[in-house]
Design a binder for this molecule. Structure first.
Ligand code: GAR
Length: 199
């Protein structure tokens, strides 16, 4: 399966995916897109020899659809992409775009809920559990069908940083598992077997 990955930040999930796919012929990352020319993820993708595209205006659907079409993208993965995907791109790839979210949806999602803010909201809520979610992308933030979740405890002395680190450790295994299942079936589907995700 030909996979394109869209990133805005550090790229640790991109690296986890590249590492996992090295040992699997079922899927390969053929393109990395970013809305931020200064994203560390972009440099990391280049170091790994992956083709990259910087979107000058992430709201311009044509800027996505041209390169995605050229590399014959079959699956588009948002791995720390923090903006809304243009509706035309969602329509062109309906059912073939997935997003990784650093909390248990549907509760801790929606516009403005990304990165540190998500973990702050989780801690403020007093919940004892958080996690990571992979879901299909629709025209709205964080609303598509949930494909897989991994849970982690929220500890009494957690800060947004300690909670984020615990969530990221499971993200790095959850996202590659969903991508490999998509490659096996031919499209993104709910994970058939729950992962053993003890950190
Ligand atoms: C990840 O934790 C991902 O869940 C989150 O951004 C981080 C990117 O980290 N995504 C969102 O908040 C989307 N709403 P990375 O760049 O190190 O992979």
């Amino acid at each position: 399966m030909r996979v394109a990955v869209c990133v805005s930040g550090r790229g640790s999930n991109l690296i986890a995916l590249l590492d996992r796919l090295e040992s699997s012929p079922a899927a390969a990352v053929v393109l990395v897109l970013t809305d931020r020319a200064d994203a560390p993820a972009l440099a990391r993708a280049r170091e790994r020899g992956v083709a990259t595209v910087v979107l000058r205006d992430y709201r311009d659907a044509a800027a996505w659809l041209g390169p995605l079409g050229e590399v014959q993208t079959e699956l588009l993965v948002l791995a720390g992409f923090l903006k809304l995907v243009p509706a035309e791109v969602v329509q062109a790839f309906r059912g073939r775009i997935i997003n990784l979210h650093p909390a248990l949806l549907p509760q801790f999602g929606g516009p403005g809920m990304y990165g540190r803010r998500v973990h702050e909201a989780v801690l403020a809520s007093g919940t004892r559990e958080s996690g990571a979610t992979v879901h299909l992308v629709t025209e709205e933030y964080d609303r598509g069908v949930i494909l897989a979740q991994a849970r982690v405890p929220v500890l009494p002395d957690d800060s947004p940083e300690t909670l984020a680190a615990r969530v990221q450790a499971v993200e790095h295994r959850l996202l590659p598992a969903v991508v490999l299942e998509a490659a096996r079936v031919g499209r993104p589907v709910p994970l058939s077997t729950p992962l053993e995700l003890t950190p």
